[in-house]
Design a protein around this ligand. Structure first.
Ligand code: HEC
Ligand code: HEC
Ligand code: HEC
Ligand code: HEC
Ligand code: HEC
Length: 337
């Protein structure tokens, strides 16, 4: 196996991180070798968000808006980030080698001695959030221009502050529903996994008022919901059903909310508030005031998880939704006269 040059930026050594300078040639080919011997892991990894991190449509569309080496370095860590990735380095995205190769050894969690045909470097940190931290917690690329640096993603900090800090990322994300080990790293694309993470309660405390209470379940999730990428949110919507045809939904968003600030250079995206549900915190309560004319109408409600196009929009209601999943929905009967 080729020796990986130690030019990686290891925030938490020896854990995987996006390379700061182009990785040495040949690592994408080593990936085939790993996959050939470790067939089970390879089958689970294929089709995962890690494997498609660079090739998938969502990333390519976002990259078209901000074609930066910064982005490519993390979504195609085996390619030269200065130019568009191609061939196998683009195809494998975050591959076996991206997470496991350190120098000329394979990084592994502590375990019994095994007869491996390659050197193993067992390190306890690889079995903790440190194995994910260098890619799942990072700042904005323009932080140097800011008075106060901000995190673009902060899943690791959310996890450390949650009631599940002692449960590692891999304890949850490397288990399938039956509890068996998997390299599929399921997250936002699994309906059940996502829905299970939230509790939603809808009530009509007055004829003209609807309340929704949304909480993240600490028994299921170990960080805010949603976490990760900025362009994700919960849309909470109500709609009176007056029988005269579809009325528009009134929608509120639970998200990290941003505003653009001018700074002399290109505008800075600055976080204004974060009202996502966090596990262990009281539910978020959303109150909707109805028109007096709707007191006698049933009211439909819905909570959706949305992924939106990464355009620099200030109007949240105008964001282009590229993926959505209904978390919960129902209808509240009219209040009795
Ligand atoms: C020629 C076959 C072969 C190749 C190539 C290979 N491995 Fe292995 N690897 C093994 C065998 C055999 C073991 C022993 C334990 C087992 O069977 O899983 C092992 C052990 C491991 C372990 C430790 C498992 C444990 O017990 O904790 C890891 C992690 C690992 N390999 C990852 C990789 C990665 C990543 C690559 C590619 C860079 C790779 N291997 C390439 C055959 C191979
Ligand atoms: C996103 C990072 C990541 C990627 C990509 C990845 N692994 Fe792993 N792998 C891990 C972590 C972390 C562990 C150890 C987790 C623990 O024990 O807590 C692990 C464990 C293993 C093990 C030991 C057995 C087990 O399931 O614990 C083998 C073998 C292995 N990986 C092989 C591979 C191969 C082959 C690929 C590519 C097909 C691959 N890995 C891709 C992070 C990754
Ligand atoms: C080398 C960088 C890197 C490392 C290390 C890494 N990831 Fe990722 N991970 C990514 C990227 C990039 C994506 C986004 C893929 C995409 O574009 O959809 C991702 C996606 C994911 C997703 C899917 C998110 C979704 O929206 O469904 C999960 C879950 C995940 N990672 C968990 C982990 C865990 C747990 C670890 C540590 C054991 C880890 N990752 C280590 C880079 C990394
Ligand atoms: C107690 C279990 C648990 C732990 C611990 C946990 N997660 Fe998750 N994670 C989930 C569940 C459930 C979801 C689906 C709901 C959601 O997206 O928030 C999820 C979703 C995600 C997503 C998808 C992004 C999105 O759209 O919300 C990423 C990325 C992720 N987790 C990464 C991590 C990382 C990195 C760690 C460790 C720092 C971690 N998770 C720890 C259970 C867990
Ligand atoms: C340090 C690593 C890192 C850097 C740099 C990075 N990303 Fe990501 N990106 C991730 C991780 C990890 C995820 C998974 C979290 C999640 O699913 O919410 C992700 C998720 C995404 C997603 C969602 C993909 C999907 O299918 O759901 C898009 C789009 C995206 N990134 C675009 C970008 C763009 C554009 C840039 C540059 C401005 C960038 N990323 C820079 C690590 C990185």
């Amino acid at each position: 196996m080729s020796e990986r040059t130690w030019s990686l930026r290891h925030v938490i050594p020896p854990c995987p991180a996006p390379p700061r300078t182009p990785p040495g040639a040949g690592f994408e080919l080593d990936n085939d070798a790993c996959a050939a011997c470790h067939e089970a892991e390879a089958a689970q990894w294929r089709g995962s968000q890690h494997q498609t991190a660079y090739s998938e449509r969502e990333f390519q569309r976002a990259l078209a808006h901000e074609p930066m080496p910064f982005c490519r370095g993390c979504h195609a860590p085996e390619a030269d980030p200065r130019r568009a990735a191609s061939g196998q380095a683009a195809e494998i995205g975050v591959g076996c080698v991206s997470c496991h190769i350190v120098g000329d050894a394979v990084l592994a969690a502590p375990g019994p001695d095994v007869a491996a045909p390659h050197p193993l470097r067992r390190d306890p940190r690889f079995a903790t959030a440190a194995a994910c931290a260098n890619c799942h917690q990072f700042g904005f690329p323009d932080n140097r221009r800011r008075a106060r640096p901000e995190a673009m993603q902060r899943t690791v900090a959310e996890h450390a502050a949650s009631p599940r800090a002692a449960t590692t990322c891999s304890d949850c994300h490397m288990r399938d529903r039956a509890g068996a080990r998997t390299h599929a790293f399921v997250g936002s694309r699994d309906d059940h996994y996502f829905r299970d993470a939230l509790t939603v309660e809808a009530t009509r405390p007055a004829p003209d008022r609807i309340e929704l209470r949304i909480a993240a379940r600490p028994d299921v999730v170990g960080h805010a919901v949603p976490t990760g990428d900025l362009f994700r949110r919960l849309a909470v919507a109500v709609r009176p059903e007056d029988g005269a045809g579809a009325r528009p939904w009134t929608t509120a968003y639970l998200a990290r909310h941003y505003a653009l600030e001018s700074s002399g250079g290109p505008p800075l995206r600055v976080e204004r508030s974060d009202d996502r549900p966090h596990p262990g915190e009281p539910p978020r309560v959303l109150r909707f005031q109805l028109d007096p004319g709707d007191r006698a109408h049933p009211v439909a409600w819905e909570v959706r998880f949305e992924r939106v196009e990464s355009l620099f929009q200030e109007r949240e209601d105008r964001a282009v939704v590229v993926g959505a999943l209904t978390v919960a929905a129902g209808e509240l009967p009219p209040a009795l006269p």
